[in-house]
Design a protein around this ligand. Structure first.
Ligand SMILES: [Zn+2]
Length: 211
């Protein structure tokens, strides 16, 4: 997986959309919907929706076996587990045991198997090679790959870089993989700019002439 190619467009059910890069594929996946008050953000309604999400880069896992209803519910359980663990990690709380068990269970399945293949319409010439996944490609394998990525993140150098958006009313969570490690916002165009605007207004209202 190419870490630099993470990120997805998120849609607000009330309208509008913005680009959000959670810094890892498994964390992007954690933002595909949710339970309870996050159910309005659900994007994985049918098994085929999961297949479409997985088929997009950077994972680019085009299912050769149709996603089953069972895999969809497993995916949603894994998604919730990644969400819960990411928030606990960002808040420096103990990781919820049930969620950790769900991630470990998903990771125990065989993951996607990479293979070198010629780019479409080309032979194995210089620059003509790309990475693909050995068929059959199943959703259960892709979920294992996502769970393993989460395990790597939590046990690697980026474990201290899990963060929730610094905006008070924004629950989006990401891993800051930038070199300076100073990322605060889910997206500059969303919470970052809102914060700048508020700070600007606050400054103006404290100026002697009232702004
Ligand atoms: Zn935010």
């Amino acid at each position: 997986m190419r870490a630099s190619a993470t990120g997805r467009t998120l849609h607000d059910p009330k309208g509008g959309s913005f680009w959000f890069d959670a810094g890892a594929v498994c964390l992007d996946f954690a933002h595909t919907g949710g339970e309870g008050r996050y159910a309005v953000f659900e994007t994985l309604h049918e098994p085929a929706d999961l297949g479409e999400w997985l088929a997009e880069p950077p994972l680019a896992a085009v299912m050769t076996v149709p996603v089953t209803a069972r895999e969809l519910s497993a995916a949603k359980a894994l998604r919730q587990a990644i969400w819960d663990v990411a928030h606990a990690q960002a808040a420096r709380r103990a990781l919820p045991a049930g969620a950790v068990a769900t991630i470990n269970r998903a990771a125990a399945a065989a993951p996607l198997v990479p293979e070198l293949v010629p780019k479409p319409g080309r032979e194995f010439v210089a620059g003509g090679t790309t990475a693909g996944w050995v068929p059959p490609v199943r959703a259960t394998q892709a979920l294992s790959t996502l769970a393993r990525e989460m395990i790597e993140l939590l046990s690697g150098p980026l474990a201290e870089r899990f963060r929730e958006c610094a905006s008070d009313d924004c629950p989006l969570v990401f891993v800051d993989s930038s070199r300076p490690g100073a990322r605060r916002w889910c997206a500059m165009e969303r919470c970052g700019n809102r914060h700048k605007l508020r700070a600007h207004r606050a400054r103006r209202s404290t100026e002697p002439d009232g702004g």
